[in-house]
Design a protein around this ligand. Structure first.
Ligand code: EPU
Length: 338
C-alpha cells in the first residue's frame, strides 16, 4: 500500500521529523517484485530506507521511500564446520546477531549492537572491532527497482570496500536487497585484536561467543550514544586514508597520532582523533553537537534541523582541513530536500 505524507521521525536515528511524500513498506519479496514491475507508476525519485541509521535528511522528501520489512531467518545449509543462514532485509540487525550468538554460530558477534537492518548491512559493509560484514557474506539477493527482476550477487559481485559496496556505488538505488546469506562457523575463531576487547572478554569470564557479544555491547555503550535517547547516526565521517608520505609527515609532527595500515596500501587515520584534536569533543552549536565520548559522532541535542547538523559537520571538516590538511568524507548519506 502506498501511503502519503508520512513522518520520517521514527525512520531515522537522528530523529528528524521530516515528511516523505510517498511511503511504501514491502513485506515480502513478491511484493517488491510487483511494485517494481510497475515502477513507472511510482513517484520518483525512489529512496530505499532500512533503519535510517546512516542517513541525514535535510528536508521533506519529495518522492517515494521504500521501506523493506521482509522478515524470517532460515538455516539454508548446515554441516560440522559451518552453517549458511539467510535473513530477510527487514530483520533488525542486532536481534539477528543475538540469534546467531544464542545458536552458537560465530562470525557476527563483533558487530553486536550496530543499529539498522540486515538489508542495510551489505550496502555499506558495516564494520566494528576488527570485523566487517563482508567477512561472512556469501550472497545477497535483490530485486531490480527498474523492472522487478531478481538478481543474486555473489560476494565478489558485491565489490565490498571500507563502508562501501556495489549497492552504494555503481548500482546505487537500482536494487532493493531482500535477503542476505551468511556463512557462519560452528567452532568459531574469535577475533579479539581490537583495543580493549580481549581485556573486557576476560573480565567476563573468558573467550566465547556470548562474552564477545557482551564485551562489544559494553564497549559500544561506553563510547557511542544510544539513538533511542539522543539522535545520531554513529560515525559521521569515514576514517580517512592518506598516502604513506602524508602520514609520515603528520606522524613527525604528531607522534601520538593513531594510524593503521590499510589494505589499499595507504595509511588510515582516526577521524575521531583528528576532530578531537581540533577541540570539538563535547561542543554544542545550536541544537547540534559533538558527542562528548567520541568526536566522530554528531548528535541531535534536541530539535536540531538536518541543515544545522550538516553545517556543524561542515565546520568540523573545515577545521580538520585547516589544521591537518586531511579531507574528511561523510560516512552518513545526506538526503537533500528536492
Ligand atoms: N579517538 C580519539 N578521540 C575521539 C575518538 C577517537 O582520540 O574522540 C582515537 C581513539 O583513542 C583511537 C582512535 O581514535 O585511538 C580510533 O577510535 P575508535 O577505536 O573509537 O574507533 P573509530 O575509528 O573512531 C571505528 C568505526 C566505528 C567502530 C569502531 C570500532 C569508522 C568510521 N568508525 O571508529 O564504526 O565502531 O571503529 O571498530 O570506521 C560507525 O561506522 O558508525 C561506527 C561507529
Amino acid at each position: 500500500m502506498i501511503l502519503k505524507n508520512i513522518s520520517l521521525g521514527s525512520y531515522n536515528t537522528f530523529g528528524l521529523n521530516y515528511i516523505t511524500e510517498f511511503f511504501v513498506s514491502v513485506k515480502t519479496e513478491g511484493e517488491a517484485i510487483k511494485i517494481f514491475k510497475s515502477a513507472g507508476t511510482i513517484r520518483q525519485p525512489l529512496l530505499i530506507l532500512g533503519g535510517g541509521s546512516n542517513m541525514l535528511f535535510t528536508g521533506d522528501y519529495r518522492g517515494t521511500i521504500i521501506h523493506p520489512e521482509i522478515k524470517s531467518i532460515v538455516i539454508e545449509e548446515k554441516n560440522d564446520e559451518y552453517v549458511v543462514i539467510s535473513a530477510g532485509a527487514g530483520e533488525e540487525w542486532d536481534e539477528f546477531v543475538g540469534w546467531t550468538v544464542d545458536n552458537g554460530f560465530g562470525g557476527l558477534e563483533n558487530l553486536s549492537l550496530i543499529p539498522g537492518t540486515v538489508g542495510a548491512a551489505p550496502v555499506q559493509n558495516i564494520g566494528a572491532y576488527g570485523v566487517e560484514v563482508k567477512d561472512t557474506i556469501v550472497k545477497v539477493r535483490a530485486v531490480s527497482t527498474e523492472n522487478g527482476s531478481i538478481r543474486e550477487f555473489d560476494k565478489n559481485d558485491c565489490i565490498f570496500g571500507y563502508r562501501s559496496s556495489i549497492f552504494k556505488t555503481e548500482m546505487k538505488g537500482k536494487y532493493l536487497v531482500t535477503r542476505v546469506f551468511f556463512k557462519l562457523a560452528i567452532s568459531p575463531a574469535l577475533n579479539l585484536i581490537y583495543g580493549s576487547l580481549a581485556d573486557e572478554v576476560s573480565k567476563l569470564g573468558g573467550a566465547d561467543l556470548k562474552n564477545v557479544r557482551a564485551a562489544v555491547i559494553k564497549i559500544r555503550k561506553s563510547k557511542l550514544p544510544d539513538p533511542e535517547i539522543i539522535g545520531n547516526a554513529g560515525s559521521f565521517f569515514k576514517n580517512p586514508v592518506v598516502d604513506f608520505s602524508t602520514a609520515e609527515a603528520l606522524r613527525k609532527k604528531y607522534p601520538q597520532m593513531p594510524c593503521y595500515e590499510d589494505p589499499s596500501g595507504g595509511i588510515k587515520l582516526a577521524a575521531g582523533w583528528l576532530i578531537d584534536q581540533c577541540g570539538w569533543k563535547g561542543k554544542v552549536s545550536g541544537s547540534a553537537g559533538v558527542h562528548d565520548k567520541q568526536a566522530l559522532v554528531i548528535v541531535n541535542c534536541g530539535g536540531a534541523s538536518g541543515t544545522e547538523i550538516l553545517n556543524l559537520a561542515e565546520e568540523i571538516r573545515k577545521s580538520v582541513w585547516y589544521r591537518f590538511e586531511v579531507e574528511l568524507e561523510n560516512e552518513v548519506e545526506v538526503i537533500s530536500s528536492i
